[in-house]
Design a protein. Structure first.
Length: 273
């Protein structure tokens, strides 16, 4: 396969490394690139949808496979390979509310001034400030065939609630489970629940569009508890003294794919539009 072609596609598909939103120009540029290389420019709208909604790594894998094949018609090979990859794959995925740059700076100040006595020990690993987020939905084995619908849902949520959200956490506390202990930022204002239940409302209002998501979202509805994890600890912590705070954090809805590693969970954010 042409290494230059592969590198160019990787460059335009790697939206997760960008700090800005993907623009219409970026989407069109990538869709046109795919269509031209696959010799299928008569179906440009389809490639725009693929770039916008499908998981970028799967698109890159299918494209590489098609370009390396000996088939004269590359587009059918690409589409079949993409469908096969999705059918065989599951994703560890979540919808989160991520602080923007201003929110991250606010959290840095907050965490930098944390008093002693919150149970942080050498066996505790602080979550990097840039990765802090509040999770609205999580699934450890989400079918990749339904991924594009989750991307659409995030887009609908952004349209409904705007690009910027405001979280007002009011309490830092220690939470203890059977295997791990956590230090949480919790007790958010009630508007967080509006976002959360608004997600289910969107699914109900657009049943035809989101019928593929209902069963997965419904199972998580009763177990939700809004929080931001500040640290994970291998030792069992005693209940730390709770401290109230009063800050506002500007944030955005984003969809992320997470992978477990020896150094903890790592995630990539799908571009938002």
């Amino acid at each position: 396969m042409d290494k230059l072609v592969s590198r160019d596609l990787s460059k335009v598909l790697n939206f997760s490394s960008r700090k800005r939103k993907v623009t219409l120009k970026d989407l069109h540029k990538t869709g046109i690139f795919l269509a031209e290389k696959l010799g299928d420019v008569s179906h440009l709208p389809m490639y725009f949808r693929i770039v916008k909604y499908e998981y970028p790594e799967f698109v890159a894998q299918a494209f590489s496979y098609a370009m390396a094949s000996y088939a004269t018609a590359k587009a059918p090979v690409f589409l079949k390979r993409l469908a096969d990859i999705k059918q065989q794959s599951n994703l560890r995925i979540f919808i989160g509310i991520f602080p923007d740059k201003s929110g991250v700076n606010t959290l840095k100040v907050l965490l930098g001034g944390l008093p002693q006595g919150f149970g942080i020990t050498k066996r505790c690993k602080m979550v990097p400030v840039e990765q802090l987020h509040l999770t609205l939905f999580f699934h450890s084995r989400f079918p990749a065939t339904k991924y594009s619908w989750l991307v659409r849902l995030v887009g609908s949520m952004r349209s409904k609630y705007g690009d910027e959200l405001v979280l007002t956490p009011s309490l830092i506390s220690t939470k203890i489970s059977n295997k791990l202990s956590y230090i949480w930022l919790e007790k958010f204002n009630s508007i967080v629940f509006r976002y959360y239940y608004g997600m289910f409302k969107l699914v109900r209002e657009h049943k035809n569009m989101y019928k593929h998501l209902g069963e997965f979202l419904g199972k998580k509805k009763k177990s939700f508890y809004p929080h931001i994890t500040l640290a994970r600890c291998k030792n069992k912590l005693e209940q730390a003294k709770k401290e109230s705070i009063d800050i506002a954090i500007s944030a955005e809805f984003k969809l992320a794919v997470s992978k477990l590693t020896n150094k903890g969970p790592k995630y990539k954010i799908h571009a938002t539009y």
